[in-house]
Design a protein around this ligand. Structure first.
Ligand code: AMP
Ligand code: MG
Length: 410
C-alpha cells in the first residue's frame, strides 16, 4: 500500500485512536469540596439552584427611576440610596429617583438606571441630560444564568472559571470521578538519582522528575516506583505490583530494540501489547498495552522522546480515563522563520517558539538543538511544530502547524 509512513510503524493518529478506544473511563465517584476540585472531572450535570442575577440590579453608578414619561430635561427628586448589599426598601414614585451603585438591587418600580455622568445634580434634584431607554444599565434577573439550567456538564474538567462560577451559585460540594492512580518508573542500569555522585558511565535520572511535574497538571495520584534495573525479573516484579496498585503505569526507557531493552517483552509476557513503534519523531519506540486492568505506556528513555510521547499519547489517554470529555488538541497556524530539511516518513514534533510579530501575526522559529536528548531546547520552547509525515522540507515564510504545549492550555 502506498503510504507516507515508514514501513513497520503505526501512523500516530491511528495509534492514538486505538489507544483511546481501548480505554474505559473510571466510573467510581466521590464527593469533593470546591477547594479540592481543581482539575477534577464532574460526574453529574450541575444545575443552577437560582437565577443570576437573582433580581434586576444596576450595572452602573447612577440614578434609578421609572422611565415611563421621563425624557431629556425631566427633573426627579432623590428619595433614597441603594448600594450593593444595602437595597432601598421604600417605594420610588413617578417624579422620584434613588441614587444607586453598581451591583445594588433595583427596586421593583425602577428601570432604567441612568449613569451619573448623564445627569445634573442640584441638592436633592436630578436633571436628566440624555434620552432614556428602558433596560439601559440594568442587569436583568437571570441574564447570566437561568435557574435550573445546566451550568457545568458531566465530564467537565474543572478549571478556575468553573470553580468561580460554582462558588457564585453557592455550590460548595460536588460529585467527581475518582482520581486515577498513575505509577511511574524509569528503567536503566546507568541511572542515578540526582544528589548522588556519578560513577563512570552513569547519568542522572531526569525523566521521572519531568514526568511527575507534567502529571501534577493532570488530576492524578502518582505512585513512584523509582529506578528499575535493566533485567527482566526486576521489571516483571514492578509490573505485577503496579498492575495491582495503579490504573495506569508509565515507564521510561528500555522499550527500543537494544540488548538491554526488556520492557516490551516483559509487557508481552505479563500482559498485552496493543501496539509498539509509532511513526513519530521523536518517540518511535512508544508502546501501549495492558497489565491486567492497568493501562501501560512505555515511553522511550531519551528525555525529549519521553515528553513528546507523554504529550501526544498519555495526556489524551489520561483525560479519557479520568472521565473527561475528550477535546482534541488545537493546532494553530503560524509563519515559519526557519528553513528545515529531513527524511520524510514520520510525523515530527519540533521544539519551537511562537510569538506575534509587530503586525500581530503569529511567527514560529525552530529552536536549534533538536536531538532527542536535548532537554535545554525544550526548556526554551513554548510549542511544537507538527511536521506531517510526507513533508521533506519547509522554508522561511511557509505556513506551518503549531501545537502549544498542553500545560499552557489548562
Ligand atoms: P533507552 O530508551 O533506555 O534506550 O534510553 C535512551 C537514552 O536515554 C539513553 O541514552 C539513556 O541513558 C537515556 N535515558 C533513559 N532513561 C533515562 C532517564 N530516566 N533519565 C535520563 N536519561 C535517560
Ligand atoms: Mg535503557
Amino acid at each position: 500500500m502506498d503510504s507516507c509512513y515508514a514501513p513497520g510503524l503505526i501512523p500516530p493518529d491511528i495509534a492514538l485512536q486505538q489507544q483511546l478506544l481501548s480505554i474505559t473511563a473510571i466510573d467510581k465517584t466521590e464527593e469533593v469540596t470546591i477547594e479540592d476540585a481543581l482539575y477534577r472531572v464532574v460526574a453529574d450535570d450541575i444545575s443552577a439552584p437560582f437565577s443570576v442575577p437573582m433580581v434586576d440590579n444596576s450595572a452602573m453608578d447612577g440614578y434609578a427611576f421609572s422611565g415611563h414619561g421621563v425624557t431629556a430635561g425631566s427633573q426627579l427628586t432623590i428619595v433614597g440610596k441603594a448600594l450593593a448589599g444595602h437595597p432601598f426598601e421604600g417605594d420610588v414614585k413617578p417624579g422620584e429617583c434613588i441614587r444607586i451603585m453598581t451591583g445594588a438591587d433595583l427596586p421593583p418600580s425602577c428601570d432604567p438606571v441612568l449613569m451619573q455622568e448623564k445627569v445634573t445634580l442640584d441638592a436633592d434634584q436630578v436633571v436628566v441630560n440624555a434620552d432614556i431607554t428602558l433596560g439601559q444599565s440594568v442587569r436583568k434577573e437571570g441574564e447570566d444564568v437561568t435557574a435550573g439550567s445546566i451550568v457545568v456538564a458531566k465530564g467537565t474538567r474543572l478549571l478556575p472559571a468553573h470553580l468561580s462560577l460554582l462558588a457564585s451559585l453557592g455550590i460548595a460540594q460536588l460529585v467527581a470521578y475518582k482520581t486515577p492512580i498513575v505509577g511511574l518508573m524509569a528503567t536503566g542500569d546507568e541511572l542515578v538519582e540526582p544528589g548522588n555522585v556519578l560513577a563512570s558511565g552513569q547519568i542522572y535520572e531526569s525523566n521521572r522528575t519531568g514526568l511527575k511535574a507534567l502529571l501534577a497538571k493532570m488530576n492524578v495520584q502518582v505512585i513512584d516506583y523509582g529506578i528499575i534495573k535493566d533485567d527482566q525479573q526486576s521489571i516483571a516484579e514492578i509490573f505485577t505490583k503496579a498492575s495491582q496498585e495503579c490504573d495506569w503505569l508509565i515507564s521510561s526507557g528500555g522499550v527500543s530494540v537494544g540488548d538491554a531493552d526488556y520492557v516490551k517483552d516483559v509487557l508481552d509476557q505479563n500482559g498485552k501489547v496493543d501496539f509498539w513503534k509509532v511513526a513519530i519523531k521523536p518517540g518511535k519506540p512508544y508502546a501501549f498495552g495492558k497489565l491486567g486492568d492497568c493501562y501501560f505506556s512505555g515511553l522511550p528513555g531519551n528525555p525529549v522522546s519521553s515528553f513528546v510521547t507523554f504529550e501526544q499519547f498519555v495526556v489524551p489517554g489520561l483525560r479519557k480515563l479520568s472521565g473527561a470529555n475528550f477535546n482534541a488538541r488545537p493546532i494553530f497556524k503560524a509563519q515559519l522563520q526557519s528553513n528545515f530539511k529531513r527524511r520524510p516518513g514520520r510525523e515530527e514534533y519540533l521544539r519551537a517558539f511562537v510569538e506575534n510579530n509587530e503586525q500581530g501575526d503569529a511567527e514560529v522559529a525552530i529552536l536549534p538543538g533538536q536531538g532527542s536528548a536535548v532537554m535545554q531546547t525544550y526548556s526554551k520552547a513554548n510549542c511544537f511544530i507538527k511536521v506531517p509525515a510526507q513533508v521533506a522540507s519547509m522554508a522561511i515564510g511557509d505556513i506551518v502547524e503549531v501545537q502549544p504545549f498542553f500545560e499552557y492550555l489548562q
